[in-house]
Structures are given as structure tokens and as C-alpha cells.
Write a protein that binds this ligand. Structure first.
Ligand code: 11C
Length: 344
């Protein structure tokens, strides 16, 4: 029987992607949709200005949206996907966990809390065991798992593939799509013919979240990876897809061929939303300009290429779909991991 799930913040950019990924889904059935108080009581069709690239599923369109309050979500809903703005998430997500719901959250609040698993299933599924610590410390009947920021998700799988060579220093520069800024970013097309050389708070997220994701959990405590990470983040006029330029210094010698092979063989998982190939490596210098590498693996793969030796160690580029692999797809994958591990 399908697990009954809800979407917190269902009318926003990531909330809409979540609905697209959850209807249909082999294991999950949408049974609750929440949004702001202003949307409560409206049908989803009335409440949402639908913008994703497939129609609103018929059964979702007629559902009534509720306020984002544990009292308004049916008790038989087991899993909530949260795409709330971080200030709202910070205020309301703990109440849902306390009320017994398991929350797979894309919101940035609490990602670095010591007892909250920050998970990319292919990279650190073992961190899910932090939920035992979380239960002891917070006394929640439910649980909270977070996925990282979309630009963190884009480069960390490639680092994980190179980890056996001993990661020492990483510098990453991003060129991020406007959908990362939500609908204001997409609709405010003043960014066309422009590039914006900073994104508030983004560098910190890449530098800290990557160390947590690559950290180790000994059953009681999580240790951050001691790799040094420096980030520089920029916005470019692309709708979807974050592109990143990465420089990596490793303890062991690492040739471009070895790096390409390590990324190519880095395993995907057998979850419903897993891509067949997690990292698609492109090495042919004559490769025709790709149109949309962001759609590889139904938007769940990472593309890597331009692998070469540089003055600062190994250099390469990587790209992922920021609202699929980097946000909604990441939360759904974490939900699938929770189900596989018996947390639902
Ligand atoms: C952007 N990466 O492109 C941001 C959006 O921490 O989940 C996602 C913010 C987050 O602006």
C-alpha cells in the first residue's frame, strides 16, 4: 500500500516540482497540501500559479489546501515533504516532528544542526542513523531529515567519487540559474543580459554543508570532514541548471583519467528516483554543444566534464538540475531512503 504523504509549501517553485514527482509515484500517494493562511480553504488549482512543465495532476488540482499547521494535516499522513521558506520552516517544522510526522525537508533551516541528518543518499545514507540521536535529544515521535542546498548537491557527488584520493582543498565557483531564487527570480527577467556576482549566504552553505555531507558518523556523533572548501557564487540568466567550476587538491596523485573513471563508476542506488548513472562524464573535446545536460537521468544525474590538470590541482566542471536533483528530487529521494530503511 502506498505511503500517504503531504507537501508543506505546496504552491511554491519546489512545492510544484514535488507534486510533479509525487503524482504518480510507485510508493507515495499525495494526501495533504499546505500553504500560507491566505491559500487555506482554496482548491490547489485556485491557490497555485502552476508553472512547471507538465499539467497539474487532476486529483491534486481539486484537493483543498490547508494552513501549514499540524492540526490541519490528517493523522494518517506519514511523511511530509517540506519546501517552506527557511524562516517558516524554522518556525513550524519542529512542531510537525513533535506531532509525529516524518519530515523530508528542502528548507535550509537546521541543516547544520548536529542531530539533523543532512543527506544525499548516494553519498552518506549512513547518516540517517543520526535519527536515533535526534529522537533521544529532541523527544520527537516524528523525525527530520534535510537535503542540502542545490548548488551543494551539484558538486558534492563528484567530490565523494574522488574521496579515496584524499581531499585536501576544494575551490568551487558557481553559475546558478534564476529558478534557484524562486519565482521572483524567474519572472523578474531583468537578469537577462546580466550576471549577478553574488548570492546572499550561498558561499557559506557550500563550504559548510559539503563538510557535513562528507563527514563521518560513528554511531553517536558526526564529525565534519576536514577538507578545506572555498566557494564563490554567481547568478546567470538561465532558467534551470546550476553549473560549477571545481578545483580539487588531493593528498594522492590524481590524473584526469583516474578522476573521470572514479566519477563514472561512482554508484547510483536502486531507489525509485535514482538515475541509472549518477555522474555522467563527458570527455570528448569534439562533443557537440549539449542542449540540456540538466535533463540527464530525468533531471537526477550530475554531468561532469572539462577534466584537466591545472595549477591548482584537478579542474573540472559539473552541472545538475537545481530544482530536480538539487531540491524536489533530492527530498523525494530522501523520502524513498527513509522508507527503505524502515522509518515509515
Ligand atoms: C539559489 N541555491 O540558487 C539557492 C536556492 O538553501 O535551499 C536554494 C536555497 C537553499 O539561489
Amino acid at each position: 500500500m502506498a505511503v500517504r504523504v503531504g507537501v508543506l509549501g505546496a504552491t511554491g517553485a519546489v512545492g510544484q516540482r514535488l507534486i510533479q514527482l509525487l503524482d504518480p509515484h510507485p510508493d507515495f500517494e499525495i494526501a495533504a497540501l499546505t500553504a500560507s493562511d491566505a491559500s487555506a480553504g482554496k482548491t490547489y488549482r485556485q491557490a497555485a500559479k502552476w508553472r512547471v512543465d507538465s499539467p497539474i495532476p487532476d486529483d491534486v488540482a481539486g484537493m483543498t489546501v490547508t494552513a501549514t499547521d499540524p492540526d490541519d494535516v490528517p493523522n494518517d499522513v506519514d511523511l511530509l515533504f517540506s519546501s517552506l521558506p527557511s524562516s517558516v520552516g524554522e518556525a513550524v517544522e519542529p512542531g510537525f516532528c513533535d506531532a509525529g510526522y516524518v519530515v523530508s525537508s528542502n528548507s535550509s533551516n537546521g541543516r547544520m544542526d548536529e542531530d539533523i541528518p543532512l543527506v544525499i543518499p548516494e553519498v552518506n545514507a549512513d547518516h540517517l542513523d543520526l535519527l536515533e540521536v535526534q529522537r533521544d535529544e529532541r523527544g520527537w515521535d516524528g523525525a527530520m531529515v534535510k537535503n542540502p542546498n542545490c548548488s551543494t548537491i551539484t558538486f558534492v557527488p563528484t567530490l565523494a567519487a574522488l574521496e579515496e584520493y584524499g581531499l585536501e582543498k576544494v575551490h568551487v565557483a558557481t553559475l546558478q540559474a534564476v529558478s534557484g531564487a524562486g519565482y521572483d527570480g524567474v519572472t523578474s527577467m531583468e537578469i537577462i543580459d546580466n550576471a549577478i556576482p553574488h548570492i546572499g549566504g550561498e558561499e557559506d552553505k557550500l563550504e559548510t554543508e559539503s563538510k557535513k555531507l562528507l563527514g563521518s558518523f560513528d554511531g553517536a556523533e558526526l564529525s565534519l570532514n576536514d577538507v578545506e572548501v572555498g566557494a564563490s557564487c554567481n547568478r546567470i540568466p538561465t532558467i534551470d541548471g546550476h553549473l560549477e567550476n571545481v578545483f580539487v587538491e588531493t593528498a594522492e596523485d590524481l590524473t584526469p583519467d583516474e578522476a573521470a573513471e572514479a566519477m563514472r563508476v561512482y554508484p547510483s542506488l536502486d531507489l525509485p528516483s535514482s538515475p541509472d548513472q549518477l555522474i555522467e562524464v563527458f570527455e570528448d573535446p569534439e562533443r557537440p554543444q549539449p542542449r540540456l545536460d540538466r535533463t540527464l537521468g530525468d533531471g537526477m544525474s550530475v554531468a561532469a566534464g572539462g577534466i584537466r590538470e591545472s595549477t591548482f590541482g584537478l579542474q573540472y566542471n559539473c552541472l545538475a538540475h537545481n530544482t530536480m536533483r538539487g531540491a524536489a528530487g533530492a527530498s523525494v529521494l530522501n523520502g524513498e531512503l527513509l522508507l527503505e530503511n524502515g522509518y515509515l
